[in-house]
Design a protein around this ligand. Structure first.
Ligand code: SF4
Length: 194
């Protein structure tokens, strides 16, 4: 089952990347020479299928790299807890990043693939959320509402369906996933039983 789920996830990731490239091209957005690094953004992730696929990638890298990532993940968790206890949103480099580059690029999670361009998400209850994109995207689009935003809705739906298939019929009994990548790294692969 994981093999099929991971294949479907890779296919979904490819389509996300295609949509991202189209949306970026449309507004002339490029990450080249950007003074910022999105990998310091604070994100939580919500699916076991992405979590398991990421850990699979982590287990394939050289042991020394894996140790460095794990040590940085431990310190990320402590620092993030401290910053949040002081009322701040953590702004800490992702433990997977070395010298400004993602060391697990092929296994990075959905949000790493969609962040940056202006986008929209329509929830099942019909509520719409719009995001203006990164600071560079906002400079490109100015105050104008970009006509074409990357629509995350079909991707979220498909990921939710994939998560259901991956976890199985008892999914409702599982606790909700709400973890940073650092927490996923330190916890290891998701538990697949309740
Ligand atoms: S997984 Fe990779 S792309 Fe995503 S935040 Fe970490 S370093 Fe950046």
């Amino acid at each position: 089952m994981p093999r099929v789920a991971f294949q479907r996830l890779c296919h979904l990731y490819s389509r996300m990347e295609e949509s991202y490239l189209l949306a970026a091209r449309e507004i002339g957005l490029s990450c080249t020479d950007c003074p910022d690094n999105c990998c310091t953004s604070y994100f939580q992730h919500h699916t076991r299928v992405e979590w398991a696929y990421f850990i699979k990638g982590l287990n394939q890298v050289h042991e020394h790299l894996r140790q460095r990532i794990t040590m940085r993940a431990e310190s990320y968790i402590q620092q993030a807890q401290l910053e949040m206890s002081q009322g701040r949103t953590p702004d800490i480099m992702c433990p997977v990043n070395e010298d400004g580059m993602c060391t697990l690029y092929a296994h990075r999670l959905m949000i790493c693939r969609l962040h940056g361009v202006p986008n929209v998400h329509i929830r099942p209850d019909g509520k719409t959320f719009q995001f203006p994109g990164c600071f560079r995207a906002q400079k490109k689009t100015g105050s104008a509402d970009p006509l074409s935003r990357l629509d995350r809705t079909p991707f979220y739906r498909e990921l939710a369906a994939l998560e259901k298939a991956f976890v199985g019929p008892r999914i409702a009994r599982f606790p909700r996933v709400r973890l940073t990548l650092a927490e996923m790294i330190v916890q290891g692969p998701p538990k697949m039983s309740v």
